[in-house]
Design a protein around this ligand. Structure first.
Ligand code: SF4
Length: 325
């Protein structure tokens, strides 16, 4: 493992360990936020078949989130005092949603909302009017990619779209610069079967890294998740460690809600791609009721007091350690 990634991983492991100990002695660590952060799954369509993603074996039907359901969710979120919102979801490429720009524009109705952005492969940016794309303001665009050439990209993403994705990355960087960098451009660069030194020396990696003040280097990942064992990772990929979680509910249950592309209101935008932890449906239920609902409180309390952990959380590599408040 590269020294930089090793040191970063070591630091993270230390911080997680320290937080794990500290939070047990702080009762408020496990109190839910008064208002959640809302994730909107604009779509659960994704053309890529990444080797580290459960997209290929997802059973949930694919669809885009209907505009009326979306507007109801946003209106209710604002009414309950919500501020932080993003389009991150476990599976789905937001740029494949034909109403993405309309959805971004609708957020401007409420200046108090803080749009956090979304994850994307950026393979489809060229389909957008960039003037409209930049209407999202000061959001973060996290680009999931590999910058090790066409062959590695096809192997990883299951799509022969390397040149297109790279061109879109360079376009986004350039257009962002022209506008005084309103977007925060981040990267998630998955490990390949090459030594890390070869990855960082690839001319495309070097180019993108130099244009983004080393954002590509900061985006190098040491670990990937295997989605509770649903994904058979290639042998050279390191599985994310499973953190200790007895009597300590995942922080996601304490601070987030998600509206899935079929309108279901769920608890976990991070890994619940088959919608096991669902609280209602935005067509008929309210976000506020869902956030304050008995089933959600019971899940948190059962985990905290009786160590009853939902099945999907038992071996989940995306478990988040609760922060001390
Ligand atoms: S443990 Fe995993 S599945 Fe459970 S709430 Fe946290 S991220 Fe979601």
């Amino acid at each position: 493992m590269n020294r930089y990634i090793f040191m970063r991983t070591l630091k993270k492991a230390f911080l997680v360990g320290a937080r794990t100990v500290g939070r047990y002695f702080t009762r408020s660590s496990f109190l839910p936020s008064p208002v959640p952060i809302l994730s909107i799954e604009c779509t659960n369509f994704c053309n890529s078949k990444c080797v580290y993603c459960a997209n290929s074996n997802m059973q949930t039907p694919r669809q885009h989130l209907d505009m009326e359901k979306y507007k109801k969710a946003i209106d209710e979120f604002v009414a309950m005092g919500g501020v932080d919102i993003n389009f991150n979801s476990c599976i789905g490429e937001p740029l494949l949603d034909p109403t993405l720009v309309e959805k971004i524009k609708y957020l401007r109705k409420y200046p108090q909302l803080k749009f956090e952005g979304f994850f994307t492969t950026l393979q489809w940016l060229h389909k957008f009017n960039l003037g409209e794309f930049f209407e999202m303001g000061n959001a973060a665009i996290t680009i999931s990619t590999s910058l090790s050439g066409k062959e590695k990209y096809c192997e990883f993403f299951g799509e022969d779209l390397y040149e297109q994705a790279l061109k879109n990355i360079l376009t986004l960087i350039e257009e962002n610069k022209k506008r005084a960098n309103p977007l925060k451009i981040l990267f998630m660069i998955v490990p390949t079967n090459e030594p890390i030194d070869a990855v960082v020396k690839h001319p495309d990696f070097y180019l993108v890294d130099s244009l983004t003040d080393k954002a590509a280097t900061r985006g190098l990942k040491a670990f990937v998740d295997d989605w509770f064992g649903k994904v058979n990772l290639p042998s050279y990929m390191r599985k994310r460690p499973i953190y200790f979680r007895a009597f300590a509910p995942c922080a996601i249950m304490l601070k987030r809600l998600v509206v899935f592309s079929n309108g279901k209101i769920g608890i976990c935008p991070s890994r619940d791609y088959e919608q096991k932890l669902v609280l209602g449906d935005i067509s008929r239920d309210s976000l506020k009721d869902a956030w304050n609902s008995e089933p959600l409180n019971k899940l948190r309390n059962d985990w905290r007091k009786k160590n009853i952990i939902p099945d999907i959380c038992l071996h989940c590599g995306r478990y988040e350690v609760a922060q001390r408040k």
